[in-house]
Design a protein around this ligand. Structure first.
Ligand code: CO
Length: 206
């Protein structure tokens, strides 16, 4: 099975080189992506493929339920590198409908370690329990919480000191919230983009 993957890799590299003989040589020297993707680990949501970007064009961080927790060293390290070193112009927080992590956060039974990771999503569900209870099915409830979760993570990124420092230094940086549909392959922009401190204060109050 793994032989097949290596074989796929050689075919892929060959194709890339045929189209652009300098492709890999160019990437050896530097990466200068304009986008930083914060998405779910779900195998059905492959970051570069969905937006048709090549290696070198997008810096990527993925975890269960696309979280941006203010105390997570892994996420913070990637955010810092993307914003302060690579100077990306766009941070894309990308959730997806039917997210297993979000669905798990709505369940009351014990799932072990993942319950700790998902606690911010559970808290979010608690805060919005009235509107979630008004949903007509569990599927609709999960999808609504997926959107709420993207909004919450966009808020986290905009409130992060790394983001604030970049804005104060005059960097061109916008944080966006998207949701991807596994059912049709389409991304929807939730229209919650924030490009500077004034916009953040206008939306979140601080
Ligand atoms: Co997911």
């Amino acid at each position: 099975m793994l032989d097949k993957l290596i074989e796929n890799n050689r075919i892929w590299a060959e194709k890339k080189t045929q189209v652009d003989p300098e492709f890999f040589r160019r990437l050896v020297n530097q990466q200068s992506p304009e986008y930083f993707w914060i998405g779910c680990s779900d195998s059905r949501v492959p970051a570069n493929e969905i937006v048709n970007l090549d290696p070198g064009e997008m810096f990527v961080h993925r975890n269960v339920a696309n979280l941006a927790p203010p105390q997570d060293a892994n996420y913070l390290s990637t955010l810092q590198y993307a914003v302060a070193v690579l100077k990306v112009k766009h941070v894309l927080v990308v959730g997806h409908y039917g997210c297993g992590g979000v669905r798990t956060a709505l369940e009351s039974d014990d799932h072990g370690l993942i319950d700790h990771w998902l606690s911010p999503v559970r808290e979010l569900a608690h805060t919005h329990h009235h509107e979630l209870e008004a949903c007509s099915s569990q599927t609709e409830r999960v999808d609504h919480l997926c959107e709420l979760n993207v909004r919450a993570q966009v808020r986290n990124v905009t409130l992060n000191p790394i983001t604030t420092a970049a804005w104060r230094a005059g960097h061109d940086l916008t944080v966006h919230g998207w949701v991807y549909s596994i059912a049709n392959g389409h991304v929807t922009d939730l229209g919650v983009s924030i490009s500077n401190e004034d916009e953040r204060i206008a939306v979140y109050g601080f």
